[in-house]
Design a binder for this molecule. Sequence first.
Ligand SMILES: Cc1cc2nc3c(=O)[nH]c(=O)nc-3n(C[C@H](O)[C@H](O)[C@H](O)COP(=O)(O)OP(=O)(O)OC[C@H]3O[C@@H](n4cnc5c(N)ncnc54)[C@H](O)[C@@H]3O)c2cc1C
Length: 861
Amino acid sequence: MKSHAKAVVIGGGVVGCSVLYHLAKAGWTDIMLIERSELTSGSSWHAAGGFHTLNGDPNVAKLQAYTVQLYREIEALSGQSCSLHLTGGVMMADTPERMDFLRLAHAKGRYLGMDTELITPSEAKAMFPLMDETNFVGAMWDPVEGHLDPSGTTHAYAKAARKLGAEIVLRNRVVELTQEVDGTWNVVTEQGTVKAEHVVNCGGLWAREIGRMVGVELPLLAMEHMYLLTEPMPEVEEFNKSTGREMIGVMDFKGEIYTRQERNGILLGTYEKACKPWSPVNTPWDFGHELLQPDIDRIAPSLEIGFKHFPGIEKAGIKQIINGPFTFALDGNPLVGPVQGLTNFWCACAVMAGFSQGGGVGLALSNWMVHGDPGFDVWGMDVARFGEWATLRYTNAKVRENYSRRFSIRFPNEELPAARPAQTTPLYDTMLANNAVMGDSWGLETPLWFAPKGTEPKDIVSFHRSNDFGPIGEEVRATREKVGVTEIANFAKYEVSGLGSEDFLNRLMTNRMPKTGRIVLTPMLNEFGRLIGDFTIAKAGEERFMIWSSSAAQKYHMRWFEKHLPKDGPGASQVRIHRFDQTLVGLSIAGPKSRDLLQKLVDVDVSTKAFRFMDFREMAVGGAPCMVNRITYTGDLGYEIWMAPAYQRLVYKAIKDAGEEFGLVDFGMRALLSMRLEKNFPTWFRELRPIYGPFEGAMDRFVKLEKNGFIGCEAAAREQAEGPKLRRVSFIVDAADADVMGDEPIWAKVGGKDYGTVEKPHGYGAPRFDADGKEVPGSRAAEGASAVRGIVDGDWRVVGWVTSGGYAHYIKKSMAQGYVPAALAADESAGLFEIEILGSRRRARINVEPPFDPSGEKMRT
Ligand SMILES: Cc1cc2nc3c(=O)[nH]c(=O)nc-3n(C[C@H](O)[C@H](O)[C@H](O)COP(=O)(O)OP(=O)(O)OC[C@H]3O[C@@H](n4cnc5c(N)ncnc54)[C@H](O)[C@@H]3O)c2cc1C
C-alpha cells in the first residue's frame, strides 16, 4: 500500500467504486480506494439490482438517467458484464390522485428528455400479464428501467478505475482520521497510515462511523428492506416464449411494492409502513455478508394488496426472502459534497438507490473535487441541505417516515409530521393559539396560514386549491389594504465583521456594498457565473454588515463563505462570519398602515424622509432593542424587524396592541409567497439556482460588471455580451381550480420557428476545461444531455419550464414564473403560451411588469 495519495476513497461498495472511477476518468490517477473487507461488503451485494430514472427532484432524475447510460461504458472499459436487463417499467395508479401524480411526473419529463408515456391499465397488463388491471385507473410507462447484477456492476466500476491507474486496497479498515495543520489528512488504517489531500466517505452502512471520526454526525440511517423471490412460474416462461421479451418492472403505489422478473420467476419488494431501522446508533464493524432475519408479518399487509393486484404471483411458491439493510437520508436522496466546516472532506453516502444513482453521484463528486464545481444542479443531494437540527433521533424519525411513504404521494400543500416540532420560536404557542397551521421550514416551526376561529387548523391535502384558499385571500387583502404582521424567523441571518469585511463581500457579491445605514440586494455567483445565492445586505457600521438570505441555504452558503475568506492581505484572519440561526428572530409588518404602526412603537422619526426605502437602523421597537430594515418581500410599504428571541414576544405584543386601531391581521408564509408573486419577485432555490446566470434570472440591475473582480464577473460579462439564452418571466395563467406547483412544461405556439435550446440546463455532462483551467463556454449544458423529444404538437412546442407559482390573491389571478428562450421573454401576446397543469394545457400570458404596484411607488412612499 502506498503512503501518499491525492485522494483516498473509503469504502468499496457501488458508490465508492463509482467515485473512484470518475476521479480517475477526470484525470486524478494518484488515488486509492480502501475497503474494510472485499468489494461489495456493505449493502451493495444483496441489492435487488433494479434501476430507474424517475425521481421527485428532476435534477436527481437527470443524474439517474446518466447512471443508466453509463453502464455500457464501464462494461466496455472493464470487460466485466453488468448483466443489464433494460426491460422498461410501469407505475400503476389506483386512484385519480395517484393518476394526477403520474401526470405531473410525465409533464416534467417532457423537458427533461424523458420518454415516459401515460397508458391504460390494459396496456400495462399486456406487458405484465400477472396483474388484475381492474384495480387500477391508469399507468405511466418508462422505457429506461430495468435491473442488473449488483456485484458485477460494482466490479465493473472497480476494474475500469484500476485500468485508469487507481489503486484498490482490500481487507484494510480505516480506523482513524486526523488532519495536519497544512490540511493533509492522515488516513490511519489497519495496514498503516496514508497521507492524503482529500478524503471521501463512501462508507455506506458505516458512513456515520466515518463521519464521527471527523466529528460530524451525518443525518442517515439504515433500514431493513425485504424482497422475496418466487419459484419458477410457468406464466412467466410462457410470456417470455410467446413474446420473446422479458416481463417489465412494475411499481404499485397502493401496495407499496415493486416487482420484476428474476430468472423464470418474480422478485417482489416492499416499502412497508411498519418499517424497521437497523443499528440505529452504531453499525457493528463485524457485520459482513450475512442477511437479516426475514419478518413476513411486517410485510403481510403489503403482500395482501400485492396478491390482490397481481393474482398471478400469489399462486407461486416463495423460494427465498432476502432482508438486508441500506441507508437513507431524511428525504431519501443522497448526501454528496464537501462537508461544511472541514477542508477536503467529502461525502458520497446515504445513496439509497446505488444502481440508479451511483454513476451520477460519482460524476458530480469527481467534478466537484477536480474542478471545484459539481457541474450541474446538485442541491437535491447536497450534504449541506440539512442543518444541525438533523440529530440522530430526528434522523431516525424522519427516515422512518420517508421509508414508509416511499410510494405515497406528497401533495404540494402537505407538511409531514415526523420529528416535529423540533425548533420553535418564543411565539410558537401564541401562533397555535391564533389557530395557525404550522409548517416545517428547515427544521423550524413557521406559521403558514391562519385558520378561521372555530375551524380545525389543518390542511386538506390536494393538488387542487384547498381549504387554505379563502383564509389566505383574507390575509392578503387585509395586509394590502391595511396592515399585516408575520414571523420571519425562518430567514438565514449572518453578520460579517472585522477589517477587510467590505472587500470580502465585494469580492463575493455582484452588487456594490451599501453605505452605512443602507441596504442592497445582491446575487452571488460561482466562478462560472452561475447564481449560487441571493442576499439582502445592510451596512450596520464600519466593517460590519448584516446579511439575510434563504434559510435552507445556510450551510451551503457558510461553506462558500469559509472557502473564500481572505487568506492573505488586508482582512486575512480578521474577517469574521457569524451565523445567527435562531439566536436572531424576526417579525415583518407590511401594508399601507405599517408606517403608522411602526411610528407608534418607536421613539425616533420613521417618516418617509427620515427612514427611506432600503434604509437600515438599529432602534428600540416596543421597548426592545431591534434592527429594522425598510423593506418587505410583500412588495408593499413594510418593515423587517429583527430581535434576540428573548424580546420577540414583547415586540409581537406591542405590534398587536398598537395595530388594533389599524385593523392589523396575522399573515403566514403562504400569503407572503402569494404577494411576492404579483410583484414578480423570485425565490431562491426555485427561480434562482446554480443552473442559471444572473441575466437569465433577470437580476440585471443587481449586477455591477464595472465593479472589479467579483467572483464570476468574467463569466457574467460574457453572458451579458452574448445575451442570455433563457430568461425568467412571470405569467398570468388561465387556471381552473389548480395552480402550478413547479416544473410544469411551458408550451408556445411558435410554428416552425427555432428559439434555440429548450433543454433545462442541468448539464449533467461534465463541463470541459481548457488548458488554463477555464470552463469551455456551453460545454456544460450540451455534453451528454439528451435531446428533447416528443414535445412538438403541431405549431406548439415546449419552450420552457415553470419554477414556481400559485394564486395571487390580491389581483385574483393565477400566476407562474419560469424560464423561456430569451427571444420570447418580452412577448406579451395573448394566445402565445400554454402551461400544462395536471395534464391540461391552460392559456398563459407573460406579464413583463409586475401586476401589483408596477412602478414600486407603494413600497417607496
Ligand atoms: C435488500 C436490498 C435491496 C436493494 N435493492 C436495490 C435496487 O433494486 N436498486 C438499487 O439501486 N439499490 C438497491 N438497494 C440499495 C443499494 O444496495 C445501495 O444503494 C448501495 O448498496 C449503496 O452502496 P454504497 O457503496 O453507498 O454502500 P455499501 O454497499 O454499504 O458499501 C460501503 C463499503 O464501505 C466499506 N467500509 C465502511 N467503513 C469502512 C472503513 N472504515 N474502512 C474501509 N472500508 C469501509 C464497507 O465494507 C462497504 O463495502 C438495495 C438494498 C438492499 C439491502
